[in-house]
Design a protein around this ligand. Structure first.
Ligand code: ADP
Length: 427
């Protein structure tokens, strides 16, 4: 971008700008979006995207970059767009649930502005120590056999007043200087949001996968989409989405209530094909034991529903990360000669689908009622010549299509495209 001179935007209907993902990404994107209309003469659609992460980093470079993370097999990000949705609680209980499956695990609290790990394990007064032989390194704090680290240990649980780029470097330094030794999994409790700090962390820590935590409101659903998009661009597979506090069991009548309505877990499964999405109920003991510094999965009996759900989450994470095809998605392209959309899996199997067939079977919120499942586009007269203008992967399991008739919100899980629900085009 910086080297482009005399870029003429006149008469261009659509302009796509791929911006490098660095500390200035948001700032530059903001300035471009605020660009006065007369500088963008004739441009109807300005698409500013994060430039995909380059994949030319060698394994050796990777391991050098990882410092004390070299012997950590898999690093998992637990992320949310907003604070207060239960991300830290879920990160912690997932960590202990992975431990119960027999793995060596650690947890890193990457939230400098609101470190909660020390409180969640009752170690607010903890101090940090360096090993005698390596004064620049830090010993992790052990809790129930799990290695933990948080900025809260260093700051006495005070919120940091440092800003922006420094935060990312402090966090990266802290995680890389901690003596994790051999771990099967390191769970990273990310700071909330999808901004610069989160992007730098993704780039520096080379996550193997991410879990997105959300609550059952419409706005949170939109946030999940943002989160999936961020991890997509950074080539981090989204392993699962956890909807927290969507339902609760009334202690008086013992009925299951969903005070925020049906939530979005089904939609996430249907639209993005995230089969591993799951829901954790609002449960008083979760906050009670968290406040007491006693993680709920270590406190409640093994056969308790909450333990069962966390076990499922931990198993999902392990299974997804063990999938050899995790990073191999089918390709979806439009064949302009045959005028069909072709989906091809990594073993070469293909299916051709007519554009009109796929367009008319869109399941987005504009085409299908989110809650009743009733098709809203039943009587719509579709353009018989409709074709995809843009096709791009969304998460590991779905593809988004922008159609020539202006419909921009279509997302098709690969699984659905393969299914009999979408008719194959017979030539
Ligand atoms: P975040 O990390 O997203 O800011 P926390 O994990 O700190 O959120 O959780 C916020 C509050 O909600 C805490 O008091 C926590 O104990 C409580 N909480 C989280 N999940 C549940 C749940 N499923 N049921 C009841 N309370 C919960």
């Amino acid at each position: 971008m910086g080297k482009q001179k005399n870029l003429s935007l006149e008469m261009m209907e659509r302009v796509i700008i791929d911006l490098k993902l660095d500390q200035d990404y948001r700032k530059i994107k903001g300035s471009l979006l605020r660009c006065p209309g007369n500088n963008m003469n004739g441009v109807k659609n300005l698409d500013i995207r994060m430039a995909p992460k380059k994949e030319n980093v060698t394994t050796q470079a990777n391991s050098q970059k990882r410092g004390n993370l070299q012997n950590v097999s898999k690093i998992i990000a637990v992320s949310s767009c907003k604070g207060g949705v239960g991300k830290s609680t879920i990160a912690l209980n997932l960590t202990f649930s992975l431990q119960k499956l027999g793995f060596k695990v650690g947890i890193f609290d990457a939230d400098v502005y609101g470190p909660s790990l020390p409180t969640l394990i009752g170690k607010e007064k903890q101090q940090l120590y360096a090993p005698e032989d390596k004064p620049k390194e830090i010993l992790p704090i052990e809790f129930n056999g799990v290695k933990t680290m948080s900025y809260g240990y260093a700051s006495g649980n005070q919120k940091a007043i440092i800003r922006g780029p420094m935060v990312s470097s402090i966090v990266v330094q802290l995680v890389q200087q901690t003596q994790w030794q051999d771990l099967d999994y390191l769970v990273v409790d990310m700071p909330p949001g999808t901004g610069d700090i989160q992007i730098s962390l993704c780039q520096e820590l080379n996550f193997n996968g991410a879990i997105i935590v959300t609550t059952p409101q419409r706005l949170s659903f939109i946030d999940v989409v943002k989160g999936i998009e961020m991890f997509d661009v950074l080539k981090v597979p989204t392993l699962s989405v956890v909807e927290n506090m969507a339902e609760y069991v009334c202690p008086n009548c013992n009925h299951l209530h969903r005070p925020f309505g049906p939530g979005y877990i089904n939609l996430l499964q249907k639209q993005f094909g995230i089969a591993t999405a799951l829901s954790i109920p609002l449960y008083g003991d979760i906050s009670k034991y968290s406040d007491l510094g006693s993680p709920v999965v270590l406190t409640l009996p093994e056969d308790h529903t909450i333990n069962y759900i966390y076990r499922k989450l931990a198993n999902n994470v392990v299974n997804e990360l063990n999938r050899t095809d995790l990073n191999k998605s089918p390709t979806v392209r439009y064949d302009t000669t045959k005028r069909v959309i072709i989906i091809k899996d990594f073993e070469g199997k293909e299916k051709s689908i007519k554009s009109l067939e796929l367009r008319s079977k869109c399941n987005c919120a504009l085409c299908v009622d989110e809650f009743t499942g009733k098709r809203l586009n039943q009587n719509q007269k579709f353009d018989q010549e409709v074709f995809p203008q843009k096709i791009e992967p969304k998460g590991n399991y779905a593809v988004a299509i922008v159609w020539s008739d202006g419909h921009r919100s279509s997302i098709y899980p690969y699984k659905r495209m393969w299914s009999e629900e979408i008719n194959e085009h017979q030539s």
